[in-house]
Design a protein around this ligand. Sequence first.
Ligand SMILES: *Cc1c(COP(=O)(O)O)cnc(C)c1O
Length: 813
Amino acid sequence: MSLKIHLIISEIDAVFYGNPNAEIDNVSIDSRSLQNNSGTLFFALIGTNNDAHQFIESLINIGVKNFVVERIPENLQGIANFFVVKNSLKALQKFASFYRKLFHFPVIGVTGSNGKTIVKEWLNFLLSPEYNIIRSPKSYNSQIGVPLSVIAINEKHNLGIFEAGISTVNEMDTLEKIIQPTIGILTTVGSAHDEGFQNTSEKIKEKLLLFKNVEALIYRKNDLVDGILDQKTKTFSWSDVDENADVFLSKKIKPKETELQVRYQQKIFSVHLPFQDEASIENAVSCLVTLLYLGYAEEVIAARVGKLYAVEMRLKVKNGINNTTLIDDSYSSDYQSLKIALDFLEQQKQHRKKTIILSDIFQSGLTTEALYDKVSNLIISNKIDRMIGVGTEISKYSDRFQNIKTYLTTQDFLADFQNLHFENETILIKGARSFQFEKLMPFLEEKTHETVLEINLNAISHNLNYFKSKLKPNTKLMVMVKAFGYGSGGFEIANLLEYHKVDYLGVAFADEGISLRSSGIKMPIMVLNPENSSFQSIIEYNLEPEIYSTKGLQSFLQIANQRKLHHYPIHIKLDTGMHRLGFQEDDLPELINILKNTPSIKVQSILSHLATSDDLEHREFAEYQIRLFEKLSSLMIKSLAISPIRHILNTSGISNFAEAQYDMVRLGIGLYGVSNDTLETKYLENVGTLKSIISQIRTIAAGESVGYGRRFVAESSTKIATIPIGYADGIPRSWGNEIGFVMIRNQKATILGSICMDMLMVNVTDIDCVEGDTVVIFGDNPTVSFIADSLNTIPYEILTGVSQRVKRIFFRE
Ligand SMILES: *Cc1c(COP(=O)(O)O)cnc(C)c1O
């Protein structure tokens, strides 16, 4: 990209201050990934809780010169180029749409409820022998992701594939103007993300807006879409029931594959797909029909479609050998996704040392020389300590990199594996498919048993943003990560929250805070239950104690004075009715008296906790607590002439008592996707999925029993599967004896007999399953809340009960 500034001003409706003859050569919205790039145009976006305007000054200091802003920060006028606009996100979108018009090759726009990313990845695989393709990285399909994807187009590309995702009305029009697709693909329209729409037909209508100017819309012919589709839209349809479709298919499911008979024009040919599930077949057909539309010959189509593979779209974080952390991105390698993976690597701070194992990169649209120069810059600016390159190309350009070892093939690399001494480091594994980097994983991964708690980091970000959107602009956010992040993982969650610039973390005990500090967490941390014996280490690790009694205050003051501290932050807890910890109304005169002459500490915040925020039957009691909090905290503020942060709301408080946000709220269980409000639950995403596998399957005859105490006796021949997870892993024993169930191949399998310490047995008589199959204990179904309700307990107990011997695996989409 190389654009004169004066060309951009009117395109994004800006008022410009600065030098209009300067040029920009790239665009960014992420202040963290910028170095000293004088050609960058930085769009200062304002999110629900983050305002990028605050980073402008430091960006100017490292050499960034061009900014799109909603207001010029004080004192910065004149020292950089500023485009002042009404809304910087809208400006980014307008810029992308202007930039897109500079290119005139075919662009495929994909939308639908499911399958967008898979169709995009598969088309890329199928078409890449003929085209230099630019496509959205991962699932960058949002109001921000789409413009960024389009802005990555360069002169060498000759085909684009972009996906568009919407969550409510009026979004697609904007995306259409940016993508400007010439060919459209509508994938499955299901019920995902229905909340933003009145009904399915409103949702389809909105999605179809992407296709208003296409030369052809590729879709599965059906009455619902046909009824809504604009008569003028040109289509290229397929069907397995309606013979009027342009392409007609019939399918036969075989033991390991699916055979499709394809009828197009006068010809009939068959293809073999290497899978059998409905969703994969439908996505593969969308791709196949696109190839027919583009004029590919049947033999080529059959050969390529037969090689489609399961797309793994998640960046997985796993524990590796010798205390390493692995980021497994071993299925794709292109410049865009390398950038994303490096960003992700940057966020992982367990280890100081960072290594990348990288294969040749394909389809950048650049000459190999220019490509490896760019990759080298990226690796240097991300401060990667060592690099292992695999492939002939990357070997050729090894002089571009420091501390690199190269191998021509994956086999060569594995042969030398023992000499590479991987330990105490984070390793990003990133390779093009043909290098089969999945073969490296067994060597690098720590051996674990089969039961895992998978934590979806994207869902955490989603839930965080959901609650942020409920806060007033100035309300700060503390997130509770006590009890090992409600069982979901302490460090990893804290790290993500630090990345999202949450204001505070809350832990229960000093040890939890110390462990977070030791892994590199720098943000403020409040300790709810500091024991007097832990005050010394609290100070050493820069943690902030909650003080709830005069005795505690005095012993903290004694240490603070000894250490000659100045204004050390402490948090005063008031008891307004919970009667657990805190100063009561009677204690205040004494408390105020002590605090009057104490320069060694500072009342950073005053807090209290609601006893009934989740139960509106007790609304009056919560309101009484809030009134008392107002009274007591105001008294302290007045008597001490201080201005502390005040906070009283937990998750259900945020939902039910929005007017009492004060200066901060304390989000807990909601972050982990649980709410006791069914309406709110619909807006949250499930975070944790507890999974295991089937160890053994047997069939028992009528009259035979299962497990301790013979508590299940079969009435007829019964197929039993044994799962290696028991009450010592945190499955409540009361969930056994045919009360609870697990999910196997999306079907319920009832738990038979008593749950053992390390195992449980389930009924799989009607389930077509084999040993080694995945078993879901909780997740999307059954949810933790469902189990808790059935057992008369609360989700908190189930979540935090998952034993530490269960491995946590973190992933993001
Ligand atoms: C745990 C806790 C929270 C968070 O509660 P949730 O119901 O999980 O949102 C807030 N404040 C205090 C003092 C807590 O102990």
